[in-house]
Design a protein around this ligand. Structure first.
Ligand SMILES: [Zn+2]
Length: 178
């Protein structure tokens, strides 16, 4: 089965489910729970069964196929909860979008995350798009900060706290939608 949804459509679809189950105020998202639950509902034959921190020198995270399903690993030496959440969401994006293209999985280094806006690797861009849309849905972001409002770093910091993402991720999200 091939998934034709775009990264943002996938994120919207999951946001819609979370809104229905948890209400609109469901932030920050527990990516590990959501990834396991959604994948086991949608793909009971091929779910995400493990999300775990590990020593991954040089890598932020990866998606791996195991015997009973898929695993998401993230670099446990990363100290920021926000970056870990983002990594988990990014890998969840790879699962939804790219696991057929990469049946053994794939790993992602730091560059893949930094080069958010370049098309240097299309799949990394797509995984980032998914992660940003899942963690920080535009509808909610706009409700918190109206587009016309002048923002300062404190307000962006408030958004970073709300979504449990890094300040940089919250800032990029703001820049991208204004
Ligand atoms: Zn990646």
């Amino acid at each position: 089965m091939t998934d034709k949804l775009t990264p943002s459509k996938w994120a919207f679809k999951i946001t819609h489910i979370l809104n229905a189950v948890l209400g609109e105020n469901h932030f920050p998202i527990n990516v590990a729970d959501v990834a396991k639950e959604i994948s086991s509902q949608l793909y009971p034959q091929d779910p995400i069964v493990l999300i775990q921190g590990d020593s991954l020198p040089g890598f932020e995270g990866g998606l791996f196929r195991g015997e009973k399903g898929w695993g998401i690993l993230y670099n446990k030496d990363i100290r920021s909860t926000g970056r870990i959440n983002y990594t988990q969401a990014h890998e969840f994006g790879h699962y939804l979008l790219h696991r057929e293209q990469f049946p053994e999985g794939l790993s992602c280094n730091e560059q893949d995350f930094i080069r958010w806006e370049s098309d240097y690797r299309q799949i990394e861009f797509q995984a980032n798009q998914f992660a940003a849309n899942l963690l920080m849905p535009l509808d909610d972001y706009r409700r918190q900060i109206a587009p016309a409002l002048k923002v300062d770093l404190d307000m962006i910091g408030g958004m970073a706290d709300r979504y449990e993402v890094s300040l940089m991720a919250a800032l990029l999200r703001w820049i991208n939608y204004t």
